[in-house]
Ligand binder design. Structure first.
Ligand code: NAG
Ligand code: NAG
Length: 204
C-alpha cells in the first residue's frame, strides 16, 4: 500500500518536473517591441561598430500581461541563412536547447514604462554572419515568459550582417607573410638565374 503510494507520488512528481521544465519558444507571446539601429542589409564590423537597441512593452496587450516579467535579456541571433548546415546554431523550440541566440547584448531589470535603450559595441569574437536582435522577458524563476524581435516571425526581414574584422586581419596577415616569402624566394631565384647567365656567358 505504502509502496503503491510512493510509486504514484513519484510518477506525479516526474510529470510535474517534465511539464515545468523548459519554456518553448512557440508558447511565448510577442509582447515586446524591439528595434535595433542597423538598417536592413547593413554591414557592421565586430570590435568596432556599435548597435543601439531599444525595447518596450507593446501596449496593445492587456495590462498585467507582463506582471511576471522581472528581467530582460537582449541577444544577437543567427538568421536562418546563417544556420544552414550548422547544427551548432540550430533553432530548437525547447529554449534550453535552442542555439539561435548565442550572444548576449545586455541584461536589465524589466521596465515597461520607459523606452529602454542600450548601445553595444559588437564584440570582437562575433562570427561573420547574418543576424537579428531578440529580447526575452524572464520571470523570477528565470524562465522565458515573453519576447520581441527586430525581424518578422519568419526571420526574413530587417536582417543585418556582422563582419568579423579580427578574422579579416589574420587573413590579411597570412596573405602578407605569404607575399613576403614569395618575394624572398623570387629574389633568390632571380640571383640564381643571373648567376647562371653570367657563368654561361663566361664559358662562351
Ligand atoms: C503590438 O502587438 C500587436 C498585436 O500582436 C501587433 O499587431 C502590433 O504590430 C504590435 N506593435 C508593434 C509596434 O510591434
Ligand atoms: C518612446 O519611443 C516612442 C517611439 O520611438 C516615442 O514616441 C516616445 O516619445 C518615447 N518616450 C520616451 C519617454 O522617450
Amino acid at each position: 500500500m505504502a509502496r503503491a503510494a510512493l510509486l504514484v507520488s513519484s510518477i506525479l512528481l516526474s510529470c510535474l518536473v517534465a511539464t515545468s521544465y523548459g519554456a518553448t519558444f512557440s508558447s511565448l507571446m510577442r509582447t515586446l517591441v524591439v528595434t535595433a539601429s542597423p538598417a536592413a542589409g547593413q554591414v557592421v564590423k565586430s570590435g568596432e561598430d556599435k548597435i543601439t537597441v531599444s525595447w518596450s512593452y507593446n501596449n496593445t496587450f492587456a495590462r498585467g500581461t507582463d506582471s511576471t516579467y522581472k528581467t530582460i535579456k537582449v541577444k544577437l541571433c543567427y538568421a536562418p541563412i546563417s544556420q544552414v548546415d550548422r547544427a551548432w546554431r540550430k533553432t530548437v523550440d525547447d529554449l534550453s536547447k535552442d542555439k539561435t541566440c548565442q550572444f548576449n547584448i545586455v541584461t536589465k531589470p524589466y521596465n515597461p514604462s520607459n523606452n529602454n535603450t542600450f548601445t553595444w559595441t559588437v564584440e570582437r569574437d562575433t562570427p561573420t554572419a547574418t543576424y537579428f536582435v531578440r529580447a526575452y522577458a524572464y520571470n523570477s524563476a528565470e524562465e522565458e515568459v515573453g519576447f520581441g524581435q527586430t525581424t518578422d516571425s519568419h526571420k526574413t526581414t530587417n536582417l543585418f550582417e556582422v563582419h568579423a574584422i579580427s578574422g579579416r586581419h589574420t587573413s590579411l596577415d597570412i596573405a602578407s607573410i605569404c607575399f613576403s616569402a614569395f618575394s624572398v624566394v623570387s629574389l633568390f631565384g632571380f640571383f640564381f638565374i643571373e648567376k647562371r647567365k653570367a657563368k654561361a656567358s663566361q664559358q662562351k
